[in-house]
Design a protein around this ligand. Sequence first.
Ligand code: TRP
Length: 442
Amino acid sequence: MKEREKWSSGIGFILAAAGSAVGLGNLWKFPYIVGKNGGGAFVLIYLAFLFTIGLSVILGEMVIGRATQKNVYGAYRSVSPKFAKVGTLGIITGFLIICFYSAVGGWTVRYMLAYLTTGVSGDPALYFSQFTASPWQSIGCQILFLLITAFIVYRGIAHGIEKASKLMMPMLFVILLVLVVRSLTLPNAMEGVRFFLKPDFSKVTSHTVVAALGQAFFSLSVGMGTLITYGSYIDKKENLQKTAFYVPLLDSIVAMLGGFAILPAVFSFGFAPTEGPSLTFITLPAVFESMPFGRVFGILFFILLFFAAVTSAISMYEVIIAYLVEEKKISRKKAVIGLTCVIALFAAPCALSQGILADFKLFGKTVFDLFDFTASNILMPVGGILMCIFIGYIWKPKNAVEEIRNQGKFSFPLKGIWTFVIKYAAPIAIVVVLLSATGIVK
Ligand code: TRP
């Protein structure tokens, strides 16, 4: 049999995993949630979750992957056939996420090209609604985004995903720094910084704490086996504890810088902060319009957003591709082509959800919102809980610890705490997020 592919270096894995974590969530959601939920006070709670429960869960996923050297489905099944279904769940989750994520990915492609060629002028809200109302434009851009993603994944682990991440992640970082400097040197920039970070402990309620935890999980992309899959390509000689630590570190740095790049500029020109598509596709274009050399910053910003979206999308793809190649014995090329066709079919209604399908509702939600809600608020947390149960009670922490210690090559000083978090703290915390995100408990 052909030898399984591997990352060519530890840093390759770190950048790919950070690329998966760093996504639209960091840039269009985080700054606003922080500002609305108590600023610096929220950041502290968020970081505390990120580096305790979040980090433990990341390490948990990675160790399953590295120990079994398999795709999500194969990894769970090789230990417990009953748990193979958790792998299936991960694959379904990834599929749903890529469907709506690629719609937004298509918008980033569209804006990037628009800023590069003609610029975006006129009323930004009208511009956005005219673009999304056109089925051909929205679907065309989405397909372009999917093809770029598919091509990278088709090239394989070291030559595709790793190479793309090694190129895009450092560039993303540099662009972000340029935008931060520009934003912070605008008149009245401090007003945005104050909105972003001024600690307000009176705003910290149980709701805030749950929001911080939910954002931490979504931002780290845990709960669907992305890091099981990526972890399965890590060389046995790497120290998993060290590599795992970089993921929340880079993810939170980008999220914080995102806040410094966006909010001061928004406030400086007298706009109100928002989140989601309206922030990135309406408010920010209006900001660029008011700014000297705004078009240059528009180009940079949408390249940044595009890189963030692509490096996340390839990780969702790879979860499914690894499964098709290893379990269904389909060649990588055929798997990528077939998957892209199927995704395009299901993703199209998501791209149309802002336009001609805006009034088509299932369970009271557009197709876009339904996929987002089901995957992000239900399936990801459920997958995360089952992953912890799997390590804590089925596979057993001592086997995981053995893999982390690499047959005694590394010491694992936090072994006791990690085991406690995986067996008790993390599952309980995720249940709380799940209940709140689904609206069962308010
Ligand atoms: N973490 C990504 C972001 O911040 C979103 C995300 C959620 C994701 N689940 C994922 C990305 C699974 C890749 C794979 O935007």
